[in-house]
Write a protein that binds this ligand. Structure first.
Ligand code: URA
Length: 220
């Protein structure tokens, strides 16, 4: 499938058909659509609680997520789970999804090497994310990494400058807030134990900002 053809598929399924009114209807469209990125044909859909307080957005499914069909179940997911636990957040009460729904990779022997989605690919996939957000209506969206932040804000949003505080999501048209942090796989790539420990602590610190927001929400 060419890039133009796959772009047309997304546009057709979201813009020309009846608007999906439920997450299930949206998921059916996403599962049937051709991928926008070169790689796996399988769409890994967002999962979790409808109308959650918290939604987490990653980049795209990885090798293991693609094989199992669930978001954040591989090594990055294990770090995310640990950080959520350490921050006192119950993943089962959240929604977890990705900016890009398909695993983009190049084959190298028996391995499939992850490829970062490009800006046009992230943009083309954004309608899925926007519809998902409108369907699940979280109180707070946590964008993990540069791709997620670009999708959540609809523009390139540097992590360093924006992480660590709540930001109003104007586009959501309601009270939704956003929080930017690093992608958990960034922690996996750090070269030494000292930086791994430091950056993990910073990641948990960001998750604790989300947890504090939830506590305030419940107390209100
Ligand atoms: N990385 C992501 O961004 N998403 C996943 O689901 C897994 C790894």
């Amino acid at each position: 499938m060419t890039r133009a053809a796959s772009k047309a598929t997304i546009a057709t399924s979201l813009e020309n058909g009846p608007a999906p009114r439920t997450l299930a209807a949206l998921n059916a469209l996403m599962a049937a659509a051709a991928p926008f990125v070169q790689g796996s044909p399988r769409a890994v859909l967002g999962e979790g609680q409808l109308h959650p307080d918290l939604a987490f957005v990653g980049e795209q499914p990885g090798d293991q997520e693609d094989r199992e069909g669930h978001p954040f179940v591989g090594p990055a997911g294990q770090i995310l789970d640990r950080a959520l636990h350490d921050a006192g957040i119950d993943r089962r009460k959240c929604f977890v999804t990705n900016a890009v729904k398909h695993f983009k990779f190049v084959p190298r022997g028996k391995f499939r090497l992850h490829q970062k989605p490009t800006t046009p690919e992230i943009r083309a996939c954004r309608p899925w994310y926007e519809r998902e957000l409108a369907a699940i209506k979280p109180a707070l969206v946590v964008a993990m990494g540069a791709t997620a932040a670009q999708s959540v804000f609809g523009k390139i949003t540097p992590i360093g400058k924006n992480r660590g505080h709540l930001i109003d999501l104007e586009e959501a048209g309601n009270e939704t807030k956003a929080l930017v942090t690093v992608h958990p796989s960034y922690l996996l790539r750090l070269p030494d134990e000292e930086s791994k420990a430091r950056e993990y602590a910073n990641f948990v610190k960001d998750m604790k900002i989300a947890a504090a927001f939830l506590h305030k929400l419940k107390a209100a």
